[in-house]
Write a protein that binds this ligand. Sequence first.
Ligand code: CDP
Length: 244
Amino acid sequence: MSAPTPPSSPRIRSARGSLVVAIDGPAASGKSSTAQWVAQRLGFRHVDSGALYRAATAVAIARAGEEFDEATVLSGLDEISLRPAQHSFMPIWKRGEMEELIRAPEVTRNVSRVAQMEGVRKWVNVHVREAAQGRDVVVDGRDIGTVVFPDADLKVFLIADPWERARRRLTQRHGRGPTDAEIADETERLVQRDAKDATQTVQAKDAILIDTTYLTQAEQVERIVSLARVFRDDASADGSGERG
Ligand code: CDP
């Protein structure tokens, strides 16, 4: 007996049978939280590629401190796996959850360096593609629409003013409104990380650009869900959409 479709879930289906929504953008543009909400609304699974880069970094730091080298990072990858959760996948290290560990400031400080390592990029891409195999997914990162899923059904590139991104990130982290001085410091850190991540942060030619500076989180989620619905209508019109 199949589970009933939740009322909020648009019934969309691409010609290949499963659907990929790619959400890319710079640091703290709201990709992960937006992707999580969009996945829930659509009844899809969320795959956070940044969480895997962070997991690789966290394990390297645990083994060798912040002075870790590439060999340390690569030899730690085998200890990390992705465990399916209800609407997402969680990185696991030696059977332990890593959610808190991967958000530590020393991980954020070092993750861009790890993300430049070719072996790490290959490892992340294998895990992300495996997680997406045969299921409908919302995948977020920086190169999802260009490298990981160049044939994604829907590609979105999120941007926002750096000051606003810094303000949101601090509010999320501390649960209170930050001061202007705190926002200025965080903006500096974000802009530096953007520069380090610039090579892989590429907007695909066929991605839809959404500037979220003046949007609420609920509004940006709604826009992407609506875009997915447009896709559903197109798929039905050419006969490849799901019936019913
Ligand atoms: O949420 P935030 O934008 O702070 O970062 P994240 O999505 O958790 O990604 C952490 C880091 O992983 C980024 O700063 C990039 O260095 C790297 N990354 C990447 O290179 N390619 C991706 N597809 C995703 C993340």
